[in-house]
Design a binder for this molecule. Structure first.
Ligand code: MG
Length: 203
């Protein structure tokens, strides 16, 4: 199983990071060892003093596909969730400055929190879904599927030009604005509409 992540897929987030709007999707991968196991806290890594939350809509790939056409992409996923792309922002800033790959900042153990999966047939079409992240009971990020620069179907078509998609692969579709640091004892909860799909503690 692999995790494919999209960067800068929300205009306001790209602006808050001081990045240009992308002309094509920005992609990076996380290994399966990055998955934060269910009911486990995120243990803050010792190599960073600034780990940020990035709440994201997730889709799970349900069959093998390569060179998928955008208008058939909907056939390749039937479950949706929310996740957090934990990012060691201080490490990422250093790597970006040197033009180096982001893996140390993005793909460390526990950096991919994945919520409970829901069938896409049970929720509104992705452009109409809204989601939010609460930290200690206060809303810190909120977004809607409509704000994505590249839609899920377009992302699947694009990604599958480079990487064969396999059953069980997870796509992190990018984060809306409002990313910020987490500290020990923070409690994070991610909601799709009114449904809490992910809850975790930071240690
Ligand atoms: Mg992200």
């Amino acid at each position: 199983m692999k995790i494919i992540c999209v960067g800068r897929n929300y205009a306001q987030h790209a602006r808050e990071m001081g990045s240009e709007l992308p002309e094509e999707p920005v992609l990076f991968l996380k290994p399966d060892s990055a998955v934060l196991l269910k009911r486990q806290p995120l243990f803050l890594p010792s190599f960073s003093s600034e780990v940020h939350h990035e709440v994201e809509l997730l889709v799970k790939i349900n069959r093998v596909g390569k060179h998928i056409e955008e208008h058939f992409a909907y056939r390749y996923y039937d479950e949706v969730s929310l996740g957090i792309d934990f990012t060691a922002r201080d490490v990422q800033a250093e790597l970006k400055k040197k033009g180096l790959p982001w893996e140390k900042a993005k793909a460390f153990d526990g950096s991919a929190a994945i919520g409970q999966w829901v069938s896409k047939s049970e929720i509104a079409p992705i452009p109409e879904v809204s989601f939010r992240l609460e930290k200690n009971g206060s809303i810190v990020q909120k977004g809607t599927g409509a704000e994505m620069i590249f839609s899920v179907d377009r992302l699947i078509a694009y990604i599958s030009r480079y990487f064969t998609l396999k059953k069980g692969d997870v796509l992190f579709t990018g984060t809306p604005e409002g990313v910020g640091p987490v500290s020990a004892d923070d409690r994070l909860k991610a909601f799709l509409g009114d449904q809490c799909l992910l809850e975790l503690l930071v240690k």
